[in-house]
Design a protein. Structure first.
Length: 95
């Protein structure tokens, strides 16, 4: 897992997935998002805004507003200066 994905100043709005990760489904990489906004994204299973497996997720100064997943939230993320508003998951997570 040597890949690094870095996103800066990106807006993700109203994306949908019939599976995982409404806006982003990251597999086997390290993910850094800075000054990004995730609004009204949804996934049918897990990770309304982001699903990330097998890597480190670092989120800095990001906003998450009204994202949802039908089942569960996704992942362990390191958050710095992020705002979480009205996000939901069907079972658990959904911060």
């Amino acid at each position: 897992m040597n890949s690094l994905v870095t996103l800066r100043n990106v807006v993700f709005t109203a994306n949908q997935s019939i599976g995982f990760g409404g806006a982003i489904d990251a597999l086997s990489c390290n993910l850094v998002a800075e000054n990004c906004t995730f609004t009204r994204n949804s996934a049918a299973t897990e990770g309304g805004a982001i699903r990330h497996t097998a890597g480190v997720t670092t989120l800095r100064s990001c906003r998450f507003v009204m994202n949802q997943s039908a089942l569960v939230g996704s992942g362990l993320f390191t958050l710095t200066r992020c705002a979480l508003t009205a996000n939901q998951a069907g079972s658990y997570g959904g911060a």
